[in-house]
Unconditional design. Structure first.
Length: 388
């Protein structure tokens, strides 16, 4: 029996800021963003969108297909939680009308926790192959205005159905992990934006890749040459290019720049248009590879590197299942990205500065999102979500 991803679906806001607009305002050369960090656009959440609405919209096609009684567990990964106590997935559970017997829990470790959720989901399914687990990763990435991280913001969610004998990707059981207590990126409870030591974070990312790979080689018989495509955590596209060059160097592959690019470029297409979605980023990259590469990926092996600042990382592999194309949400994703609205710089600032009320009053939020689910009010310190 194999275990892995049976369906994968993502959702992002219908608003974006073109990084040329940001560059003009900052007096920066736009090529720094387009070429230097490898990003074009960043998604901005509407006033009535947050990790819950993004998540529910991402999971909707899966629940519409399999029904509301088929999911035994929701594992909700996020690093931009909306509550210190209540799991965001419980709101999603209600919005999607899931059976009360479905358990829900939230997981956190920066951008890494979605991979922890996927591994835990695989373990639950291996223990009882009749179960289907919904893994959701959802984040709204925010840095301070005029900070180096500002151009690497974004928002989005990905939902994955983990089950036995999956239709899309069989996840291989071996993985290599690395944990190290470092302060490269963090967000204390009293802050709405992350603090980051940007250059240091890129170094720690690369060190973690090397260590995870070394551990992977101890755990698995799979070697670099057995892997066809590589999908890295994507804080920005250029990071994957640096990571892949390093992994090739460590393995002394002697590949040309073109050969290296061919192994990662299909994973970068969606993220270039959306920005960093923290926990969801690597899995949106996976969608990009499966949906955008004009080639049959059947039986190809994909190497996945998940990194979460602070830091925990994991390298693991998966094989593409025959017939996977018919299980993808390619058309839905293409429409989502095509139908977005570009923001002016002033509109971006308005969304960025939208207050999250803390006074316990009655705060009704005007409808704005194009998604099925929206945040309608925050009243008496309670978030109220509705279907549009
Ligand atoms: P910066 O310091 O302003 O940028 O911000 P820079 O000066 O280093 O320039 C970036 C690149 O653009 C350089 O290329 C420049 O040469 C190039 P590189 O040397 O790196 O190859 N460049 C140009 N290229 C073409 N035309 C030009 C031009 N000018 C410059 N005119 C930084 C960069 C990454 C530090 C910043 O964006 C940042 O702080 N980002 C947030 C942190 C981050 O994303 N870290 C990544 C690793 S940590 C991680 O992945 C975890 C995370 O997702 C969160 C989590 O786990 O929770 C962040």
């Amino acid at each position: 029996m194999s275990v892995g991803i049976d369906e994968i679906s993502f959702y992002t806001s219908s608003y974006y800021l073109d990084l040329r607009t940001l560059a003009e305002r900052q007096g920066t050369d736009p090529n720094k963003y387009y070429d230097g960090i490898g990003q074009e656009k960043m998604a901005m959440a509407a006033h009535d969108e947050d990790i819950v609405t993004l998540a529910a919209n991402a999971a909707l096609p899966i629940v519409e297909r399999i029904g509301t009684d088929a999911i035994s567990t929701i594992l909700f990964a996020t690093e931009t939680g909306i509550d210190q106590s209540k799991a965001a997935g419980v709101y999603v559970h209600r919005l999607l009308g899931l059976n009360s017997r479905c358990r829900v829990v939230e997981l956190k470790h920066a951008c890494y926790s979605a991979t922890a959720a996927v591994q835990m989901a695989c373990a639950l399914v291996a223990r009882n192959p009749s179960k289907q687990v919904l893994v959701i990763a959802s984040d709204v990435a925010r840095y301070d205005l005029d900070s180096p991280g500002e151009a690497t913001q974004g928002c989005g969610a990905v939902a994955m159905l983990i089950k036995a004998n999956p239709r899309v990707l069989e996840i291989e059981p071996e993985s290599g992990t690395h944990t190290e207590d470092v302060m490269d990126f963090w967000r204390p409870n009293y802050r709405t934006t992350a603090l980051v030591d940007g250059k240091y974070s890129t170094k720690i990312y690369l060190t973690s890749l090397k260590r995870s790979w070394e551990n992977f080689c101890e755990e698995s018989a799979v070697r670099y040459g057995d892997i066809d495509y590589f999908c890295y955590h994507l804080p920005f596209g250029k990071m994957a290019q640096k990571a892949h060059s390093q992994l090739a160097r460590v393995n002394k592959t002697g590949q040309t720049p073109e050969e290296l690019a061919a192994q990662i470029e299909p994973t970068l297409i969606y993220n270039r248009l959306i920005g960093n979605c923290y926990t969801a980023s690597m899995y949106i990259g996976l969608c990009s590879l499966l949906e955008q590469l004009n080639e049959d990926l059947t039986d190809k092996r994909i190497g996945l590197f998940s990194y979460g600042s602070g830091s925990v990382s994991e390298f693991f592999t998966a094989k593409v299942v025959s017939g996977y194309q018919s299980a993808l949400n390619t058309v839905r994703h293409a429409e989502l990205l095509k139908d977005r609205t570009e923001l002016s710089y002033e509109e971006y600032l308005t969304l960025y500065r939208y207050p999250d009320p803390r006074d316990g009053g009655q705060h009704v939020i005007e409808p704005d999102t194009q998604g099925r689910f929206r945040l309608a009010a925050i009243s008496d310190h309670k978030r109220e979500y509705v279907e549009r």
